[in-house]
Write a protein that binds this ligand. Structure first.
Ligand code: SF4
Ligand code: MG
Length: 313
């Protein structure tokens, strides 16, 4: 079996295209087929930018993007377009991403008709089936987005993404706007769809309890760099990087009965002007003199575990 993966590798610097380029610096991301990779970090660390790069909504200023072994930059336009459809993004706010003037049947059915995936006269049947897949009744297809609850709108957004038969879904804070009980339902839907359709996910969230619920692999970003990656179970057992340790301590809901949580100390520096050396050094309780001058490389510390910290070197 072949690995279906996407590699976003913006190498930053050179033709500095303002903020975007500097927001994400030398990130190498591999998403194995059928897996859920949880991408975590505080806001402004570049998670969303990486997600948008992965699906091609942001161009890279350096580096490459592969999907199923095909380099998407050098692929012929027709092939690229076709492969591109297999990667879909689900946004945080379905309100902002669903056109309020369109009914659900059009919101969901337009793209597959436009891409000749289904004949126009099949649209209603096709949409009815998708609505059922995401736990909605087909009777809602003539409603407008504002006529739904937040959880239902999230389901409509998912059905819309599924309509073009994607294989990779990039979910950017896709449950962040929902109540906790609704969050759990939508996360369970994501898991069920993964089983049923063999989907692969890049799941971006600032919420570690959400990531723990859904991920096979965890990738932690800090100020535009990946600082740690590990299988989820091992990661939540023990974090190797001081920033990851601080993030877990700051997450109140990870351990039942844990009453106290400590926010990560210090302010997040501007991603446009990050600290020298290890970006985390001004906030790190373990910082050593070389931390402010030498960039720690992301390296294999244990089987399957990467960390970018001089302590782990
Ligand atoms: Fe802390 Fe230094 Fe490790 Fe950075 S490299 S996380 S400052 S110990
Ligand atoms: Mg974001």
């Amino acid at each position: 079996a072949r690995l279906a993966n996407t590699v976003a590798r913006p190498l930053g610097g050179k033709q500095a295209k303002e903020e975007i380029c500097r927001a994400v610096d030398a990130v190498d991301l591999v998403i194995p087929q059928g897996q859920v990779v949880g991408l975590v970090g505080e806001s402004g660390c570049g998670k969303s930018t990486v997600g948008r790069m992965a699906v091609g909504l942001h161009s890279l200023t350096g580096g490459e993007r592969y999907w199923k072994g095909v380099n998407l930059h050098s692929a012929p336009p027709r092939q690229r377009k076709q492969l591109q459809l297999q990667m879909q993004m689900i946004f945080q706010d379905p309100n902002a991403s669903l056109n309020p003037r369109k009914t659900v049947v059009d919101l969901i059915g337009e793209a597959p008709v436009a891409h000749h995936m289904i004949p126009a006269n099949n649209k209603a049947d096709f949409v009815a089936e998708l609505l059922q897949k995401v736990g909605l009744s087909s009777t809602v297809m003539h409603r407008y987005p504002h006529q739904f609850s937040g959880g239902q709108r999230a389901r409509v957004g998912i059905a819309r993404a599924l309509a073009v038969k994607p294989e990779l879904l990039v979910c950017d804070e896709s449950v962040a706007a929902l109540d906790v009980s609704i969050q759990a339902q939508v996360l369970n839907l994501f898991m069920a769809l993964r089983e049923e359709l063999g989907l692969t996910y890049l799941f971006i969230s600032h919420d570690l309890s959400v990531v723990r619920h859904i991920s096979d692999e965890v990738v932690v970003m800090y100020l535009g760099r990946v600082v740690e990656s590990a299988p989820a179970a091992e990661f939540f057992e023990r974090q190797l990087h001081p920033y990851s340790q601080a993030l877990v301590r700051a997450a109140p809901m990870l351990e039942s009965g844990k009453k106290q949580f400590q926010p990560v100390a210090g302010e997040i520096p501007s991603p446009l002007n990050p600290p020298s050396g290890c970006h985390f050094h001004p906030r790190c309780p373990h910082a050593m003199p070389k931390c402010s001058s030498q960039v720690p490389e992301l390296r294999l510390v244990q089987l399957g575990r990467l960390s970018a910290c001089h302590l782990n070197g």
